[in-house]
Write a protein that binds this ligand. Structure first.
Ligand code: CP
Ligand code: NVA
Length: 302
């Protein structure tokens, strides 16, 4: 088994499906008020170099529900934020805690951290990937639809960390994925190549309508991710037309579901109308961060 959870494509289908099975079990125990203290006495260190609502709260609440404790570390208040080498922070933290969750910019940082950490490291978002989010998303689809691996998914918008993780997932789970991005904002070429080598069925296009037509799951994300704030205006021009609105939803399957990892910019990448419609499963998706991440932590840290 892998020590860390850094990128979906490090994991096998079988291992990820085991995490989903544990997620179901933990979710039903939590809903029934049954104790599920799989990590009694354990501590998760959470290192944040970017803002967060859902990731921080779901990991922290999740550790508490598992009988453990979580420690929030904002990078500005750590020595790593003042330039202490990643490998020194990693080796010291591993002497205090039983697992580390990191939200940072570069995937290389998290990989270096994991190399020097003797305890599991979990990716809570980098510029390259958001694997915990895609696990929560797929689990949510599986609750709403039969045969989640046989559906047609589409991604509308930026070829960012979320898109890359969806592409990783298409290579593992085998579902059809159509990715519509503006020219110049395509997903990472190496990620696409790896998925193709894994036999993924992915269509890349610049036409959101082609991607959405008949799709059962529609997905999008902000046009400017964290760290790209100064590109907002330029991106608003490039991404005009890459919006999930009712016209696009009406091209998709009549019972399609619409997802967004949040935070959303209503009436930019997705309309308020779609977010409030019967198609949106966005808050179930947010809730499932909690359940899926508890299963990931229990798998790695137990
Ligand atoms: N979706 C997600 O990761 O949300 P936060 O940025 O609020 O953690
Ligand atoms: N792509 C977004 C996701 C936020 C959860 C970002 O990186 O800011």
């Amino acid at each position: 088994m892998n020590k860390d959870f850094l990128c979906l494509s490090d994991w096998s289908l079988e291992a990820l499906e085991k995490i989903f099975a544990l997620t179901s079990d933990l979710k039903s125990k939590q809903k029934a008020g049954l104790q599920h203290h799989l990590l009694t006495g354990k501590t998760l260190g959470m290192l944040f170099e970017k803002s967060s609502t859902r990731t921080r709260v779901s990991f922290e609440a999740g550790m508490f529900q598992l009988g453990g404790h979580a420690l929030f570390l904002a990078s500005g208040n750590t020595q790593m934020g003042r330039g202490e080498p990643v490998k020194d922070t990693a080796r010291c933290m591993a002497r205090y805690v039983d697992g580390v969750m990191i939200r940072t910019y570069s995937q290389q940082v998290i990989e270096e951290f994991a190399r020097y950490s003797s305890v599991p490291v979990i990716n809570g978002l980098t510029d390259s990937y958001h694997p915990c989010q895609i696990m929560a998303d797929l689990f949510t689809v599986s609750e709403h639809k039969k045969n989640y691996r046989e559906l047609s998914y589409c991604w509308i918008g930026d070829g960012n960390n979320m898109a890359n993780s969806w592409i990783n997932a298409a290579g593992i789970f085998g579902f059809e994925l159509r990715v519509a991005t503006p020219v110049g904002y395509e997903p990472d070429a190496d990620v696409c190549k790896r998925a193709a080598d894994a036999g993924a069925r992915i269509l890349y296009t610049n036409d959101p309508r082609e991607a959405a037509r008949g799709a059962q799951v529609l997905n999008t994300d902000v046009w400017a991710s964290m760290g790209q704030e100064e590109e907002q205006q330029e991106r608003e021009k490039a991404f005009a037309g890459y919006q999930i609105n009712m016209d696009l939803v009406n091209l998709a399957d009549p019972d399609c579901v619409v997802m967004h990892c949040l935070p959303a910019h209503r009436d930019e990448e997705i309309t308020d109308e779609v977010m409030e419609s019967r198609h949106a499963i966005i808050y179930d998706e947010a809730e499932n961060r909690l359940h899926v991440q508890k299963a990931i932590m229990a798998t790695l840290m137990d």
